[in-house]
Structure formats: structure tokens, C-alpha cells
Write a protein that binds this ligand. Structure first.
Ligand code: G
Ligand code: G
Ligand code: NA
Ligand code: MN
Length: 254
């Protein structure tokens, strides 16, 4: 209960911050997107990672107002980079199960796009497999409504959940993000290399782009590049960074 009060206090007192991790196009080598990742800047404990409080935020429902803040802040930041003269980017925002079940989710997203002026195709909403597989028919309806706004939709942590490949056809999604547990085991002739290869081929045949997460080594990058993966995200290129440091990184690359 105390922790819940602290979370509420954190939201009211602006203690949350977003860090951003670049997503790099493997063909051009350029940064084309960013994933927004939440941190809690605690006055005494310092920077707290999301796995220490997202669960509770989800249970208490506080993830709904916090999630709305995340979406608005990420969209504003994307517009701010552009206003600072940087190339146009896509911004990725994670949605939690609790947010996904809110009746007003689509309206909330539409309002944030309108208020911030961010072109919808430059917002990428990330959903986990388990989230969309809980109630497939409902998920498809919500995903279609979100797609109607013009935003991109990604399946996050792909490969860790239960979604059978046949369901992919039914979900109106644009991107699969291969979970880092597969990427990190990639070695020539390993099973995980075969799985990643198969995921990429299948996604492409369905018209879906692939982003590999958790890319840490040149060898992983080369494998993914050879197998036509579209984008990579991971420590090899950059860890998640505060907006100011991202701006410097973007300037160096232009
Ligand atoms: O940034 P880090 O790797 O520590 O994030 C750990 C996990 O926390 C992520 O895998 C993700 O599930 C969750 N997370 C991070 N940022 C957000 C966010 O903005 N919204 C939601 N719902 N979850 C997030
Ligand atoms: O939303 P998702 O569960 O995909 O969250 C991404 C998480 O993965 C973030 O917490 C981020 O800090 C972490 N991450 C990003 N790149 C790497 C990487 O190369 N290696 C590892 N181990 N973690 C990473
Ligand atoms: Na994510
Ligand atoms: Mn992810």
C-alpha cells in the first residue's frame, strides 16, 4: 500500500522519466526509430528500473494514468527532436495489458496524436504476445481500431509467448520484435539461429517487418543482416539513454 502511494506521488510530482533506445535500419545503418522505456527517478533511491514497479502499477491500475503520461511524453519528445532539426523518427511505446483493456484506449491515443501533432505513422505501439492472445477476437477488434488511426503496431518479445504462427495472419500488425532470448543464443547452426531465420522469412511473407531486440555482438548483427532482418535494437549500438544524450547521438549521425 505504501508503494502504491509512492507511485501515485511519483506521477503527480513528475518523478518518471523516459529513456530512449535507438532502432537501426540494417540496410542503411541509420537510426530510424526509438523505443521509449520508463524509469523512476526516485529522490532518495536514484533511478529505479521498470521491472521493480511496473508490475505493481499494473495491479493497482496506476499504469493507466502513467501509460497516458508515457505516450504523451514520448510523442512530444519525438516532435521536439524534429523541431530541433533532426531527421524524422518513429517512436515506439509499450502498452500494458491493463491499458489495452481500457474502453477509451483508442480515443486516448487519438487525442495524444492530435494534441502533439505527431503524424500517426510515426507512432509504433508495442504489444506483447500474451496480451493479444488472452482474448484474440477482442484484441483483433482493438488492433483494427488502432490501425484505423494510422499508427504502427508491433508484437513485442515475439517467440516467448504462445501465439501460434497461424494467428499472425489474423492480427493487423506491422512489426514483429524478435525476443532477445533468441537473439542472444544466435550462433551459426544453432537452433535459435534457425528459429530467428524462420521468424524473419515467415514475417516477410506476411508483409510484416522484423526488429531484433537485444543485439549485443557484431556476430549477431551479421547473422541478422544476412538473414534480411529489417532493424536491430540493442547494446551493440546503444543502451537506452536520456533524451538529451539521444539528441547528441542523432546529431553525430547526421
Ligand atoms: O528498460 P528495461 O529493459 O529495464 O525494461 C524492462 C521491462 O519493463 C520491459 O521489458 C517492459 O516490459 C517494461 N517497460 C519498460 N518501459 C515501459 C513502458 O513505458 N510501459 C510499459 N507498459 N512497460 C514498460
Ligand atoms: O519492452 P521490452 O521487454 O522489449 O524491453 C526492452 C528491454 O531490453 C529494456 O529494458 C532494455 O534495457 C533491454 N535491452 C535493450 N537492449 C538490450 C541488450 O542488448 N541486451 C540486454 N540484455 N538487454 C537489452
Ligand atoms: Na517493448
Ligand atoms: Mn521488446
Amino acid at each position: 500500500l505504501r508503494m502504491e502511494r509512492h507511485l501515485r506521488h511519483a506521477l503527480e510530482h513528475d518523478e518518471f522519466v523516459l529513456h530512449y533506445q535507438p532502432q537501426v535500419d540494417l540496410r542503411t545503418g541509420r537510426i530510424v526509430g526509438m523505443e521509449a522505456l520508463l524509469r523512476w527517478r526516485h529522490p532518495e533511491r536514484g533511478l529505479i528500473p521498470p521491472n521493480e514497479f511496473i508490475g505493481l502499477a499494473e495491479e493497482t491500475g496506476l499504469i493507466v494514468p502513467i501509460g497516458a503520461w508515457i505516450l504523451r511524453t514520448a510523442c512530444m519528445q519525438n516532435m521536439a527532436w524534429q523541431a530541433a532539426g533532426l531527421d524524422e523518427l518513429r517512436i515506439g511505446v509499450n502498452l500494458s495489458a491493463r491499458q489495452f483493456s481500457q474502453k477509451n484506449l483508442v480515443d486516448m491515443v487519438a487525442t495524444v496524436l492530435q494534441d502533439t501533432g505527431l503524424p500517426p505513422h510515426r507512432l509504433d505501439l508495442e504489444l506483447t504476445e500474451s496480451l493479444v492472445m488472452t482474448d484474440v477476437d477482442h484484441a483483433i477488434a482493438v488492433l483494427n481500431d488502432l490501425r484505423s488511426l494510422g499508427v504502427q503496431l508491433s508484437i513485442d518479445d515475439f517467440g516467448t509467448g504462445y501465439s501460434s504462427l497461424s494467428y499472425l495472419k489474423r492480427f493487423p500488425i506491422n512489426v514483429l520484435k524478435i525476443d532477445r532470448s533468441f537473439v542472444q543464443e544466435i550462433a551459426p547452426k544453432s537452433n535459435d539461429a534457425a528459429i530467428s531465420d524462420a521468424i524473419i522469412s515467415m514475417a516477410h511473407r506476411l508483409g510484416i517487418k522484423v526488429i531484433a531486440e537485444g543485439v549485443e555482438t557484431e556476430a549477431q548483427c551479421e547473422f541478422l543482416s544476412r538473414n534480411m532482418c529489417d532493424e536491430i535494437q540493442g547494446f551493440l549500438f546503444s543502451k537506452p539513454l536520456p533524451a538529451k544524450e539521444i539528441e547528441e547521438l542523432l546529431r553525430e549521425g547526421q
